[in-house]
Design a protein around this ligand. Structure first.
Ligand code: GDG
Length: 726
């Protein structure tokens, strides 16, 4: 039976040693809860670092055996590996880059070496457990290289990758010296998930610009394998938070907090110590709020929980010192005998206390500068079983895309934040309830289980799509069937598209000239008198004539505007006009003048605007604009606008490759019909040919063809084999 293997940097347990005995406590994190339902399922497992350095081999074996009972498999890391792979590459390069603080990044080569080494270590652990048919779900930025390392060894396995932190804009990501290797690593996955649409956009632009891959919407083709990039906003365990809210210990904590805070309303903030969390700006905003609203002095306090983190690292230590200074300053200037403006805790609390704090706080203040999702905001909402309270939420947190009923702020706008605090404290109860109810519905529906389900289902769908594409692939068995039909046939017709089908793609169309091997192939096919070979292309007839005019084959050029039969001269399709070009040409020229790298290709009955040499992104945008500009004009004149591989082509809709192919097909009685093509224009041929025709798509795109083969090289190989069979 196939299983799911979850992989993350940390295993979902905390190891403690008490009186010489090792105790394993499940960690409370949302990921652990959500994926718990997956890894505890039959045969499923979780692989990760156990959170403790265990040097001794015997001790490692013991921990391994004990964890195995919980379906957990440890990857043991050394002190140096933790320092350079985790603290170094992950937290001193990827973390600041993904949170838009590139000046904090420390590009040390030692870190990169360790990152590669530890990713390989994880790969070895996965490979020891993985079998054909299994699914691997990799979590987070510490393991960006793992998908590719697994793909190399297990080409068919299902791999999902989810990134919990933001993916930065291309402008930031490109700064990493090892950017290509990181992208290549993650592209080993079949499904790549982020929290928000913005992350997808940024990832796609990095992939298309840095790797030069082309994309359609959120789909990529990587070495002929479809890869999907999608948004899965992570949820929390809603039920658990509602239950904790009602526990006796939580209720008694609420009473204790009430006594401490007195009559003052409470504003709550909870974060790990980190420069991405906007802690200083929040304090400045609270200070400004007190200055601007003196009447609120003694009536409201900020309760700030900062969970200790990495305070031995200089940037974190400095941040901590600044927070300490600012808190003392605000308290010293404002506090009275009976009132403390800021309660500041540099520690963590048990969940029952956390829930009590969420339930007591009139306002929850979540103001990160950047945050992948931010679960605190969702936990506040889930804990408010009384449906009261106001959430102030930074627009830079992924959660703001879902919790639109919160007061959304820009964390850099200290004045705006101070105003939002006033609005929150003065918000009528009816409005609070209306907003909170709406947010509770969202958090309840898009909970952690829903998130896991959506991700796993999407991954399954992609694997099915890949399988159905693979079943169309010509195998040795299907090839034998084709070969038998070929040898038995008396009269054969062979339609061959040119670019992408018989030769590879070239940035300069005129450089994609036929080579010796291709002429050899055509010669061999043409030697058999039973074969009629037809080149069917969108190219200009002049070029095709120069390249192939001397061969005893038929040529269809410009999608059927021109035809040349063997031993005859070129014939034009009757009834086509090119008057429209006079009007369209100036529009295209205008776009060419505005767009460096763009060029126009003029054929007798069509005009193409190429943008393959234009800056990535700009070309696509101008092409869209151009299409928009020409749309109505084209409709009125029976023209068709085709979006191809980095080209927009305008041609008469009276002609297409399909119509042209049928025209020649009807000239004789063929008992073997085959057509090979790679792009959207060849779909007309596939569609127009009779059911018994053998239609073959070159490449792994969705198509109406019956079969597919990966590249033009395979097309040549198959055609050589047919030609040799006679
Ligand atoms: C990543 C991304 C993304 C905090 N203080 C205490 C405590 N916590 C718990 C909260 C919450 C969790 O820590 C913090 O969750 P966040 O979402 O804010 O951030 P991370 O987990 O650091 O990081 C983030 C997340 O992954 C999920 O994809 O949302 O953007 O950075 O659950 O409750 N828990 C306890 N005591 C505390 O004092 N028990």
């Amino acid at each position: 039976m196939s299983k799911t293997i979850i992989v993350s940097n940390r295993l979902p347990v905390k190891i403690q040693v008490k009186r010489g005995e090792t105790i394993y406590k499940p960690s409370e994190g949302g990921l652990a809860t959500g994926l718990g339902s997956v890894y505890k399922g039959a045969g499923n497992v979780w692989i990760g670092w156990p959170g403790k350095i265990v040097k001794d081999k015997k001790a490692q074996d013991k921990v391994r055996a004990e964890l195995k009972e919980m379906h957990l498999y440890p990857v043991f890391l050394t002190r140096e590996e933790i320092d350079d792979y985790y603290e170094g590459f992950s937290n001193e390069i990827l973390w600041p880059i993904c949170h838009y603080v590139p000046s904090y990044a420390q590009y040390k080569h030692r870190y990169w070496e360790a990152y590669k080494q530890v990713n390989r270590k994880f790969a070895e652990s996965v490979l020891q457990l993985a079998e054909k048919g299994d699914t691997v779900w990799i979590n987070d930025y510490q393991l960006l290289l793992l998908p590719f390392l697994l793909r190399e060894k297990l080409p068919d396995i299902g791999i999902g990758y989810f990134q919990h932190i933001p993916f930065p804009s291309y402008e930031i990501f490109r700064q990493i010296p090892w950017r290509e290797a990181l992208l290549e690593g993650v592209l080993g996955a079949d499904l790549i998930g982020f929290h928000t649409y913005d992350d997808i956009r940024h990832f796609m632009s990095s992939v298309t610009r840095i790797m030069g891959l082309s994309s359609t919407a959120n789909h990529l083709t990587v070495h002929n394998r479809p890869v999907v990039v999608d948004a899965f906003p992570m949820g929390i365990d809603y039920e658990k938070f509602t239950e904790i809210a009602m526990l006796p210990r939580t209720r008694s904590n609420i009473k204790r907090i009430g006594k401490t805070a007195g009559d003052a309303e409470m504003i709550l903030s909870i974060d790990r110590l980190d420069y991405s969390k906007g802690i200083l700006q929040r304090l400045q905003a609270f200070d400004l709020f007190l200055k601007q609203n003196k009447s609120y002095c003694e009536k409201v306090s900020l309760l700030m929980v900062v969970v200790p983190s990495r305070d031995e690292v200089p940037q974190y230590r400095e941040l901590k010192e600044e927070i300490d200074r600012l808190v003392s300053d605000i308290n010293a200037r404002n506090q009275t005998l009976g009132w403390q403006p800021v309660f500041y805790f540099y520690r963590s609390f048990p969940v029952e206390m956390l829930s009590a704090l969420y339930q007591t706080a009139q306002v929850c203040l979540v103001t990160p500068m950047r945050d992948g999702m931010n679960l605190v905001s969702k936990e506040y909402v889930a804990s408010r079983i009384d449906q009261k309270g106001v959430l102030i939420l930074s627009e830079m947190a992924g959660a703001s895309k879902e919790l639109s009923e919160a007061l959304i702020i820009n964390p850099n706008d200290v004045r705006g934040l101070a105003n939002a605090l006033l609005e929150a404290l003065e918000m009528p109860e009816s409005e609070q309830k209306e907003r909170m109810c709406a947010m509770r519905k969202t958090v309840e529906k898009f909970n952690i289980n829903h998130w896991v389900k959506l991700f796993m289902e999407r991954l399954k769908e992609i694997k099915n799509m890949q399988r159905s594409l693979a079943t169309r692939q010509i195998t040795s068995t299907t090839f034998d069937v084709i070969l038998n039909k070929y040898t038995a046939a008396r009269r054969r017709i062979i339609f061959l598209d040119y670019d992408g089908t018989l030769v590879g793609f070239n940035v300069d169309p005129l450089k994609a000239r036929p080579d010796k091997e291709l002429f050899n192939l055509l010669d061999q096919l043409l030697q058999d008198e039973r074969n009629r070979v037809i080149l069917i292309s969108g190219r200009m007839y002049e070029t095709l004539d120069e390249w192939f005019g001397h061969l005893p084959l038929d040529i269809i050029a410009e999608h059927g505007a021109w035809t040349k039969k063997h031993n005859q001269s070129w014939k034009r399709y009757h009834g086509l006009s090119d008057d429209w070009k006079r009007e369209i040409m100036p529009v295209m020229e205008n776009y060419t003048d505005r767009t460096p790298g763009a060029f126009i290709e003029e054929k007798s009955f069509s005009l193409s605007w190429h943008y393959r040499k234009v800056e990535s992104g700009l070309g696509e945008q101008r092409a869209m604009e151009l299409e928009d500009n020409l749309k109505f004009f084209a409709e009125d004149r029976e023209l068709q606008i085709l979006q191809g591989e980095k080209v927009i082509e305008v041609k008469s809709n009276l002609i297409n490759k399909g119509k042209a192919a049928v025209f020649l097909l009807e000239e004789d009685d063929y008992d073997f019909i085959v057509a090979l093509g790679d792009d959207y224009t060849d779909e007309y041929t596939f569609r127009a040919l009779p059911e018994r025709a053998i239609t073959v798509k070159v490449g792994n795109k969705i198509s109406e063809a019956k079969y597919s083969i990966p590249t033009y090289k395979d097309a040549r190989r198959i055609l050589f084999q047919l030609a040799a069979a006679k």
